[in-house]
Write a protein that binds this ligand. Structure first.
Ligand code: ADP
Ligand code: ADP
Length: 228
């Protein structure tokens, strides 16, 4: 099974910036895939299109076989997205934020509460459940977004620069958590990063995107072989 199939993906923003100039990319179920590239390369645009926050100009995108044009709801339900910017209500309480998210996907309240407990505990946020989100540290807010993204039990977790601005200890803990849900629960993970080290720590496959083109698509081992 393919978690993600992208063919001929193009994006030209209003104003004329050609952010994506024809991307072909396949990610297998269970993979841990890094999309690496410099600022402005097109990583966020790619992720935005997959999660249907950004309209594409041309191309095909399927998520677990569901076409984002003709089967949008099914495609969306497969995906958990952790965006770069904090986009939760800072005045809402931590537990409320994740439980409400599950509600958006029709998860029953009792089940949602159970999942909230599980993911908030796994991400070391359970003690903070009654705190408004604005009182959390940056690393905690990042973890809150991961917990929230998992609440509808997506098969594909997509993270945009998940450890940007997070200190090294917290970064390691986040890495361990992501590795664990990938290997234990089989959740396919795609993340963007501009740290090669992060990709190396975590990922089996890596794509390098530059100026809107996928210039490399290989295994982590293959890439390191080339660099050495
Ligand atoms: P990355 O995530 O790799 O830093 P982006 O996908 O954010 O790259 O950006 C790719 C290109 O598209 C850049 O030139 C950027 O300036 C441009 N871009 C991104 N978002 C928009 C937008 N909303 N409107 C116009 N141009 C944009
Ligand atoms: P910061 O404000 O520097 O980002 P936090 O306040 O978010 O740090 O982290 C508080 C504590 O939680 C730290 O001692 C850290 O080791 C621990 N921690 C962070 N992430 C995890 C995790 N995923 N699992 C377990 N413990 C974690």
């Amino acid at each position: 099974t393919k978690a993600l199939e992208i063919e001929g993906l193009r994006k030209t923003y209003a104003g004329g910036v050609e952010a994506l100039k024809g991307i072909d990319l396949t990610v297998a179920q269970g993979d841990f895939y890094a999309l690496l590239g410099p600022n402005g390369a097109g990583k966020s645009t790619t992720i935005g299109i997959i999660s249907s926050l950004v309209n594409k100009t041309a191309g095909k995108v399927k998520v677990f076989g569901y076409d984002i044009d003709s089967q949008l709801e099914q495609a969306k339900s497969q995906i958990g997205l952790v965006p770069q910017e904090f986009n939760f209500n800072q005045f809402e309480k931590v537990e409320q934020i994740v439980v409400n998210q599950a509600g958006l996907y029709g998860v029953e309240r009792k089940e949602a509460k159970q999942r909230a407990e599980r993911y908030l505990k796994q991400l070391d946020l359970w003690e903070k459940r009654d705190q408004p989100a604005r009182t959390l540290s940056g690393g905690m807010k990042r973890r809150l977004m991961i917990a929230r993204a998992l609440m509808h039990e997506p098969r594909l977790l997509i993270l945009d620069e998940p450890t940007a601005g997070v200190d090294i200890e917290i970064r390691r803990a986040m890495w361990d958590f992501l590795k664990e849900i990938n290997s234990q629960q089989g959740i396919t993970i795609i993340l963007t990063t501009h740290y090669l080290e992060e990709a190396e720590m975590l990922c089996r496959h890596i794509g390098i995107i530059d100026k809107g083109r996928l210039v490399e698509n290989t295994t982590m081992k293959g890439l390191l072989g080339k660099l050495n």
